[in-house]
Design a protein around this ligand. Structure first.
Ligand SMILES: Nc1ncnc2c1ncn2[C@@H]1O[C@H](COP(=O)(O)OP(=O)(O)OP(=O)(O)O)[C@@H](O)[C@H]1O
Ligand code: SF4
Ligand SMILES: [Mg+2]
Length: 322
């Protein structure tokens, strides 16, 4: 498999009154054609900032400071806004963490899906409307021939999320970036939306980058997993390896914190401590203040990303040959 997206040395900082927030701080990451890559990590690790920077949607006080994002060989960081608009929503679609902000409250839902189809599939009138109905039906909106005239506020949160998905998929993107697409949905609807993403991915041959902090979703969706901690990628591996032989102490802690049906809540082991402030991240390995294996070198020097073969990479001094 070759990469569709190649992120190299990416740094995205927010220049706030309190100081510089190092939200994404030197990220290298590949997304292979046709795969689902899950990016996981606790709240505040920089996952959304990473996703937003791919489409250059990071707004002031944030900006991309360094690095490149090659999409099909073209560096998105260097494109003009005009060139980028040809890629946004056409070759790369994004579903946002908060669907309410992404739907326009003053237009009907049908019109918003129609617009996407007209623009990207280059069809108009009856044919386009037929596709609107079919898409709304696909994402599980009941009676689309009646509901297409309704406005976003007349739908539930789960339905709005599915409408967003309909819009994102109407353009048959090569890459779908889904940022926590099922937060705030109840479990049944969550499973439906995820299943739908999976199904449409197969049908349309899409590549998916899925962002989540839920290891259950990772197990259901991912081919490969990238674990993000405090602005950096700390481990990348095929999904089975992440569960069966996680190597980074942070990944191990994430796995131990997964609620399982046969394990009492009391037995869960929450990760001690919290994600550090990205205003002044800890020196050396950013996980060292929370790591049970921290050594002197960890407090001084940043661990390099070590390639262990078979697609497994880890940034931890425990695995470095010195
Ligand atoms: N507009 C902004 N201005 C200042 N700081 C920001 C801004 N947006 C994000 N940040 C900071 O950047 C860091 C990364 O945030 P980001 O939203 O990317 O995390 P995340 O991993 O997506 O978290 P979550 O799981 O809660 O969505 C955090 O420290 C956050 O406070
Ligand atoms: S580099 Fe050191 S502190 Fe960081 S995860 Fe590995 S052992 Fe822990
Ligand atoms: Mg986020």
């Amino acid at each position: 498999m070759e990469p569709l997206l190649q992120i190299r040395g990416l740094k995205v900082y927010f220049y706030t009154d309190e100081g510089v927030v190092h939200a994404v701080d030197g990220v290298d990451l590949d997304v292979m054609r046709g795969e689902t890559l899950c990016v996981v990590g606790e709240s505040g690790c920089g996952k959304s900032t990473l996703a937003y920077s791919i489409l250059r949607l990071v707004r002031p006080p944030g900006r991309i400071v360094e690095g490149s994002i090659l999409f099909d060989g073209v560096d998105l960081v260097k494109l003009s806004e005009e060139e980028l608009n040809k890629i946004r929503g056409r070759r790369i679609s994004m579903i946002f963490q908060d669907p309410t902000s992404a739907l326009n409250p003053v237009f009907t839902v049908g019109y918003q899906v129609y617009e996407a189809i007209e623009l990207h599939q280059r069809v108009k009138g009856d044919e386009a409307w037929k596709r609107v109905m079919s898409m709304l039906r696909r994402v599980g909106i009941p009676s689309p021939e009646v509901r297409y005239r309704d406005y976003p506020h007349q739908f539930s949160g789960g339905q709005r999320q599915r409408i967003m998905l309909a819009i994102a998929l109407s353009c048959h993107p090569d890459l779908l970036i889904a940022d926590e697409p099922t937060t705030n949905l109840d479990v049944t609807i969550q499973a439906q939306v995820l299943h739908l993403i999976k199904q449409l991915k197969e049908e349309l041959g899409m590549t998916v980058m899925l962002i989540t902090h839920d290891m259950g979703i990772v197990a259901m969706m991912a081919d490969r997993v990238a674990v993000m901690y405090a602005g950096k990628i700390v481990e990348v591996a095929p999904v089975l390896d992440i569960y069966e032989k996680p190597l980074h102490p942070y990944t191990q802690a994430l796995i131990k914190a997964i609620p399982l049906p046969h394990v009492d809540v009391e037995e869960l082991q929450p990760i001690p401590g919290e994600v550090p402030s990205l205003l002044e991240p800890p020196p050396g390995c950013r996980f060292h203040p929370r790591c049970p294996y921290a050594m002197d070198v960890c407090r001084r020097e940043e661990p390099p990303m070590i390639d262990l073969g078979e697609g497994h990479q880890v940034a931890c001094w425990l695995h470095a040959k010195r």
